[in-house]
Design a binder for this molecule. Structure first.
Ligand code: FCB
Length: 477
């Protein structure tokens, strides 16, 4: 194995050929409820773990919360108009569980459902296919108080909630994603604690990961009957994991992190088993006693599509005795049983998150899912970048973000040429929003949001993306 390849520099749009995508390619943009809706205490909504977490001192940058966010709850008509102006074919949004089922159990909240019904109607009136994610991290606080995802019962609650949404929107919504990025919910929420609910226990993180997947499987079974003709899937965040050198210790570090980051979810969901080496790596953390007979069959309930979120690559190296992993990774992530693996930076261009820009990693990721796991249609359900934006004369010329999208769309096309059944791409994000523990300090949007005035400015990347959608591909440069 050779050293990880250095990705080509992004930022300069040099000469590149035009590329056309397959007919019907689903061009979209994505958001999530807690990141954009605001109206945290309106319409019967109760608190989620993100409300509690963001209102706890020291948890988010500058104490930012999603109380108001982009005020999308009150501006949905204007926001859908912006989507229509972009020419979006699809919009991926998530439902706030405590808005539609306050407290996480019992009957639906009519007012909460009304909001999503209006959103879906508005989208369809504008020819935009709604793509619904049931869980983008905002667990009702009452369910966390009862044990959260480390508790098995939360999986059953999730399936009930899925059915409640099927009743409300099953006649209009075709694409249903159960979970967004269960790795983040489990390992950032219950492992490192940098995400809500902010707990730090390796065994709880592993249990949470299992119960999230169990909830996914139960929800797929429920939706399969309740919404005939639905396209059901899950969204996982995947990273190519590359050893820093071909030294055996580095190769083993890559195997371990790949196990925790990728195969922990891919193998149960698409193969019905945890990988043996992962179970062995986690032996000191858990005995997997939380896995009951039949769970893995439920988790592997057949799907129609798989969603892949892609942002960057991990390059890792063997632990050095006495040396701590780089501060960023110590703080950001949790790798139970493999805490001492070192995350290496290569000195290639990074986004404002510090994430290395690596478009070839998207080709690798999509090919891997297709070649090693499944023939199902794949969708990039998130891909994008944070950069510092400046408003000059009422315009935002975000050339770095535009170049990032361009490079990753070229990578998507390359994956299709290599035989991957990639059927769509969702830019993250439609608009700037509450970036979790980073609050409003990181901007990922194609549309700039002035949070004081709640005005929106489509950035250069938005205008460029509209042109990509219109052409169904990329122009020559
Ligand atoms: C993903 C999340 C999304 C957003 C992007 C930047 O992990 O799914 O909500 O925060 O990262």
């Amino acid at each position: 194995m050779s050293n990880p390849a250095t990705p080509p520099a992004v930022g300069v749009l040099d000469e590149r050929p035009p590329l056309t995508f397959p007919p019907g390619f689903l061009w979209g943009a994505a958001t999530a409820a807690y990141q954009i809706e605001g109206a945290a205490n309106e319409g019967g909504r109760t608190a989620s773990i993100w409300d509690t977490f963001s209102h706890t001192e020291g948890r988010t940058v500058a104490g930012h919360t999603g109380d108001v966010a982009c005020d999308h709850y009150h501006r949905l008509t204007d926001d859908v108009r912006l989507m229509a102006e972009l020419g979006l074919k699809s919009y991926r949004f998530s439902v706030s569980w405590p808005r539609v089922q306050p407290g996480g159990s019992g009957p639906a909240n009519r007012e909460g459902l009304d909001f999503y019904q209006r959103l879906v109607d508005e989208l369809m009136a504008n020819g935009i296919e709604p793509w619904l994610t049931l869980y983008h991290w905002d667990l009702p606080q009452e369910l966390e108080d009862a044990g959260g995802w480390p508790a098995r019962d939360t999986a059953a609650r999730f399936a009930d909630y899925a059915l409640l949404m099927a009743d409300a929107l099953g006649d209009r919504v075709k694409y249903w994603t159960t979970l967004n990025e269960p790795w983040c919910s489990a390992f950032l929420g219950y492992g490192s604690g940098v995400h809500a609910p902010g707990r730090s226990d390796g065994a709880d993180a592993v249990r949470a990961g299992h119960h999230l997947m169990l909830g996914h499987g139960l929800a797929v079974q429920a939706l399969r009957t309740a919404v005939p003709g639905a396209q059901l899937g899950v969204t996982v965040n995947l990273y190519p994991v590359t050893p820093a050198s071909d030294a055996p210790g580095d190769i083993d570090a890559a195997r371990r992190i790949d196990g925790l980051a990728n195969r922990f979810f891919l193998d149960p969901i698409l193969r019905g088993a945890y990988p043996d080496d992962l179970v062995a790596d986690l032996a000191k953390v858990t005995d997997f006693g939380h896995v009951h007979d039949g769970d893995l069959a439920t988790i592997a309930t057949p799907l129609d599509v798989v969603g892949v979120n892609y942002y960057s690559r991990h390059v890792v190296a063997a632990p050095v005795p006495g040396e701590q992993p780089e501060a960023y990774w110590r703080a950001q992530a949790c790798w139970p049983g493999s805490e001492d693996v070192r995350f290496v930076t290569r000195g290639v261009p990074v986004t404002d998150m510090g994430w290395e820009i690596d478009a070839p990693g998207l080709v690798e990721t999509l090919r891997r899912v297709h070649e090693e796991y499944t023939d199902l249609p794949l969708y990039v359900t998130e891909n994008g970048s944070a950069f510092i934006d400046e408003v000059v004369d009422g315009q935002v010329d975000d050339v770095d973000r535009l170049a990032y999208f361009d490079a990753h769309l070229r990578a998507s096309h390359e994956a299709i040429s290599a035989g991957v059944p990639l059927r769509g791409y969702f830019a993250w994000s439609l608009m700037d929003n509450f970036e979790w523990a980073w609050g409003y300090t990181k901007r990922f949007g194609m549309i700039y949001v002035d949070y004081d005035k709640q005005t929106r400015i489509p950035k250069s990347s938005a205008r460029w993306y509209a042109e990509v959608i219109r052409r169904n591909g990329l122009a020559a440069q």
